[in-house]
Design a protein around this ligand. Structure first.
Ligand code: FPP
Length: 254
């Protein structure tokens, strides 16, 4: 771990890491356990990754904890996931606060059970003034829905005459997304061997480096995150320019 950490250039970290925490169910099944056991063990990984991100100075970490599509899972699994979320936040909020972590939620907050809304709302209030890691939980989140709602907000402004269609640009559109306050993710990690984005931050990931690992989420540890960072730092981010232009540029890559 220390050796790996020494190889990471702390001056060239992504400002925002987004993670699709996949494979909890398969991890549990491989051990002859119920899928929910995988989600419980997944929380251990969440804690590790939040810790290391805070330690090394990552500004933003978004975790895809529950997609809008996940409501279609068996009721017992959905209930267990919501209960796990509530219990984890309740248990961890003091440590998050002590570690200067600021909690945010993106997604359809109103669709969460009242208990989850209450617990998340209180945790966001407690950590609101913190200045360290921004921990963003995507809950009941659908990127398409987020984009549609942004379009609707802009359309409303046009109808009421407060906005001209020609004034709609990327900056304004970005401000209408749930992630308005955050920089775009520069690194997106998906565990468990699937190479899909699954309705996650579709607009925001436009220039992100994508990193797929076969490791199931409950096995994902600090070392895996550091390996993803090393891989990221080994890539050339061109943003549509040529390799020569990037090499001759005086500004550091972002
Ligand atoms: C995907 O694995 C994982 C989820 C749908 C839930 C992730 C949630 C946690 C790790 C707990 C979150 C807790 C906090 C506090 C953020 P899957 O069930 O789709 O796995 P599979 O693809 O193997 O079936």
């Amino acid at each position: 771990m220390t050796e790996l950490l020494a190889q990471v250039d702390l001056n060239r970290l992504p400002r925002h890491i987004a993670i699709i925490m996949d494979g909890n169910g398969r991890w549990a099944k491989e051990r002859g356990e119920d899928r929910v056991y995988g989600h419980y063990e997944g929380v251990v990984s969440v804690r590790e990754i939040v810790d290391i991100c805070g330690e090394i100075g990552i500004g933003h970490l978004t975790l895809y904890a529950f997609s809008a599509e996940n409501w279609n899972r068996p009721k017992a699994e959905v209930d267990a996931l919501m209960e796990l979320l509530v219990n984890t936040i309740r248990k961890e909020v003091n440590d998050l606060h002590k570690n200067n972590v600021k909690l945010h939620v993106i997604g359809d907050f109103a669709s969460l059970p009242p208990m989850a809304q209450k617990e998340m709302g209180e945790a966001m209030e407690i950590t609101a003034m913190n200045t360290g890691l921004n921990l963003i939980l995507a809950l009941s989140y659908s990127s398409r829905q987020e984009i549609v709602l942004a379009a609707r907000k802009l359309a409303d402004m046009v109808v009421t005459g407060t906005l001209q269609p020609q004034d709609i640009d990327e900056t304004l559109f970005t401000r209408c997304l749930d992630t308005a306050l955050f920089p775009d993710p520069e690194l997106m990690i998906r565990t468990s061997g699937e190479s899909r984005i699954s309705n996650f931050l579709l607009f925001q990931l436009a220039y992100a480096e994508l990193y797929f690992t076969p490791v199931h989420w409950p096995d994902f540890r600090k070392e895996h995150l550091l390996n993803a960072l090393l891989d990221y730092q080994g890539r050339e981010r061109r943003f549509g320019k040529t390799s020569e232009q990037i090499k001759n540029s005086t500004t550091p890559d972002v």
